[in-house]
Write a protein that binds this ligand. Structure first.
Ligand SMILES: [Zn+2]
Length: 126
């Protein structure tokens, strides 16, 4: 049976990615549960301050949720690359990604140089 030989470094990074993926999944599930509860059980009495605070919280949650979803997608893609053996190669230039960069950002698909190119044309979304 062919076995993918993973280096200890790759195994460590895979563990980090799986852990983070589990955290993010839990967060997203929690949020989905909270949203359901909020619509099913609206509080009887709300004063204006509570509503305003609640709205602000919802906006923050939505942004956090969107970034959690995006991060989870990057992690899933990274885990897929771990599975097919292309993990650690830049998805643009094919060069190996620096190990220190992988430890800092295990889900990154690009080397530092390509990441800079990717970030330049994209307008920051705020
Ligand atoms: Zn590259």
């Amino acid at each position: 049976m062919p076995v993918l030989v993973a280096s200890p470094v790759t195994q460590q990074l895979a563990a980090k990615l799986r852990l983070r993926a589990a955290e993010l999944s839990a967060l997203l599930q929690q949020h989905a549960g909270a949203a359901v509860l909020a619509t099913d059980n609206p509080p009887d009495v709300l004063d204006f301050k509570d509503v305003a605070a609640g709205d602000r919280q919802a906006i923050i949650d939505e942004a956090a949720l969107a970034s959690a979803t995006a991060e989870l997608q990057r992690i899933v893609a990274a885990l897929r690359r771990l599975g097919d053996g292309s993990y650690g190669e830049c998805q643009d230039c094919g060069e190996p990604i620096d190990e220190r960069r992988l430890f800092a950002l295990p889900a990154t698909p690009f080397c530092t140089a390509c990441q800079a190119i990717h970030e330049r044309p994209a307008m920051p979304r705020r």
